[in-house]
Design a binder for this molecule. Structure first.
Ligand code: NAP
Length: 304
């Protein structure tokens, strides 16, 4: 049986020179349900104790449609202020460029203010990875690039990434950037497989971008089955999970980790036990046959 390689113990974040864990922990849902600073700190520790050093947030996390913009960053900032030693143990990633009630704003003035506001809320001098959250169709990539290059030159940001960008949008921004992009963050999961065949991951490999997978469990959908196609994907994941004595979630993370682009699944759980369990994915090895059987189930039709 032909086995795919196990993921490495650590990865490089694109060509940034920063070393990251092969999995990340995401804080989209951190500021939900009135979570306290102590509870948030417990989750940060759960991630670090599990060997997960790449922590992903965004200025919009916490926004509930009317308020809460910045709340997830501010909560993490309080955790960092209470325990300053933590900051050096993580590679801190955040995002900006979504501006309610507008959809998106990447004008120069707004981007500058958004980066400064994230630094204030996170109570840090520097963001390791600053990502544009979603593309602003009304912003010229040359103008965005100037702001982002300035942010790197001033030391406010160490490396740059994008999320939800098309390949052409990535190429256009990278063309104007002096400090090239190091990461891209599309949605990827066994239930969301577009980028395996649409060229996004090929472009990431070509440019040396680290692909960070958002919603690696389909936002939790992988645990609650709906369509016939989802059921087929889950049946394949369950088969591998049973053979390897792991959970379906761990099977899903490890399926992403097995891809040669070095996909970094961003664990979205806000339960310490599930964050720790997620890190088990690094020990799971896939055969080519099993890997393709999940892909075929997700495609809903055989490969040619
Ligand atoms: P996910 O892992 O696909 O879904 C996490 C959700 O599934 C949580 O609500 C979790 O609940 C639930 N869940 C149910 N069973 C689970 C199990 N066995 N193990 C783990 N979780 C289980 O990820 P996500 O939260 O949607 O997204 C992950 C991260 O991606 C976010 O935190 C954020 O950093 C990033 N993201 C980025 C974008 C973007 O546009 N760039 C968009 C969305 C997300 P519990 O908390 O109760 O475990």
């Amino acid at each position: 049986m032909s086995l795919l390689p196990l993921p490495p113990a650590s990865r490089q974040l694109g060509l940034s020179g920063l070393t990251i864990s092969p999995m990340a922990w995401g804080m989209w849902r951190l500021a939900e349900a009135g979570r306290s600073v102590a509870e948030a700190a417990r989750l940060v520790h759960a991630a670090l104790d599990s060997g997960i050093t790449l922590l992903d947030t965004a200025d919009i996390y916490g926004f509930n449609g009317t308020g809460g913009f910045g709340d997830a960053e501010a909560l993490l900032g309080q955790v960092l202020a209470a325990e300053p030693g933590l900051r050096g143990q993580m590679v801190l990633a955040t995002k900006g460029g979504i501006r309610p009630p507008l959809p998106y704003d990447q004008s120069a003035d707004y981007l500058r203010s958004a980066i400064d506001a994230s630094l204030d809320r996170l109570r840090t001098d520097s963001i390791d990875l600053w990502q544009i959250h979603r593309p602003d169709i009304l912003a010229h990539p040359h103008e965005i690039a100037q702001v982002l290059d300035d942010a790197v030159a001033s030391g406010k940001v160490r490396a740059l990434g994008v999320s939800n960008f098309t390949q052409t949008q990535i190429s256009a921004l990278n063309h104007f950037l002096g400090q090239k992009l190091v990461s891209t963050q599309p949605e990827i999961s066994p239930l969301r497989i577009d980028c395996f065949e649409n060229g996004e991951l090929d472009q990431a490999m070509q440019l040396g971008l680290t692909p960070m997978a958002w919603s690696p469990l389909g936002g939790g959908r992988i645990t609650g089955v709906e369509s016939a196609r989802d059921k087929a994907v889950i049946a394949e994941l369950n088969r591998v999970a049973a053979n390897q004595d792991i959970s379906r979630a761990v099977a899903a993370y490890s399926w992403l980790l097995a891809h040669p682009a070095g996909i970094v699944p961003i664990i979205g759980s806000q339960q310490a036990r599930r964050i720790a369990e997620g890190a088990l994915a690094l020990t799971v090895q896939w055969s080519r046959t099993d890997w393709y059987s999940v892909l075929v189930a997700a495609r809903g039709e055989r490969l040619p």
